[in-house]
Design a protein around this ligand. Structure first.
Ligand code: SF4
Ligand code: SF4
Length: 250
């Protein structure tokens, strides 16, 4: 499947009772992401290590390092040679509106907040059984081997609700760190929000809609910018021809 072939999503759907509920989420622009991993390291720094140190939590320089990442960037090639593109694809919990990870949890540790739609894990109730990780079709949950609790993206819930921070900084660490502005954060149920406008204007889509999980996070597809590379200069071609030996070897 081509990334651009996915179906744009109507995000402003009301809840079953007809009320419009807030749903916080990330919108990630694949046209802008350069795969620098600033979002990965800032997430790690804010959520698990407290420092910009090794990217694993335990045994960083030993044979079996362990650690959790709430956010990963995967890089792959799409298309057929020679018409290919390199796509950097940041991926974390999508804060699904119908999260299959919640009802399977035997202790109620996994839950979705009514007030803003964030899916969270209550570490005090989690017994590390991993049912939720098996239920998540996106591979978004990772067990913390040391504490034996399930972890995942919280949308930096402690940052975004911290009234001691200036309002402009009450955003997930990854959004603040992204040097290209590829990550937006806001209420995807508010039709006037920046994230909803981006989804509408750039045909934003949700991952794997066939699972009926209704991910709140959205992606903006790659777009043609209309600025193709200039043709190769004539002198350069002739220089190459002069230095090429007969028979093909340079
Ligand atoms: Fe649950 Fe996975 Fe959806 Fe996150 S992405 S809410 S972990 S099903
Ligand atoms: Fe992409 Fe921004 Fe993450 Fe860098 S920080 S990998 S540009 S989303």
């Amino acid at each position: 499947m081509k990334l651009n072939d996915m179906t744009p999503t109507d995000t402003a759907q009301p809840a079953a009772d007809g009320a419009r509920r807030k749903q916080l989420a990330l919108v990630i622009d694949l046209n802008v992401c350069v795969g620098c991993h600033a979002c990965v390291t800032s997430c790690k720094e804010w959520n698990t290590s407290g420092s910009a140190g090794p990217l694993v939590d335990e045994n960083a320089y030993c044979a079996a390092p362990t650690g959790t990442f709430f956010n990963r960037v995967q890089t792959f090639e799409v298309g057929s040679f020679p018409d290919t593109q390199t796509v950097h694809f940041p991926k974390s919990c999508l804060h699904c509106e119908e999260p299959p990870c919640v009802p399977v949890c035997p202790t109620g540790a996994s839950y979705k907040r009514k007030e803003d739609g964030i899916v969270l894990v209550d570490y005090d109730k989690c017994i590390g059984c991993k049912y939720c990780a098996w239920a998540c079709p996106y591979g978004a949950r990772e067990i913390d081997e040391k504490r034996q609790v399930m972890t995942k993206c919280t949308l930096c819930v402690d940052r975004i609700s911290d009234k001691s921070l200036p309002e402009a900084e009450r955003k997930p660490a990854c959004v603040l760190a992204c040097p290209t502005g590829a990550r937006q954060f806001g209420d995807v149920h508010d039709p006037q929000s920046e994230v909803s406008r981006s989804i509408r204007e750039h045909e934003g889509y949700a991952l794997m809609p066939e699972w009926n999980t209704r991910p709140a996070n959205h992606y903006l597809p790659r777009r043609r910018t209309g600025s193709p590379l200039p043709p190769e200069p004539a002198q350069q071609t002739s220089w190459v021809n002069k230095t090429a030996k007969p028979g093909g070897a340079a």
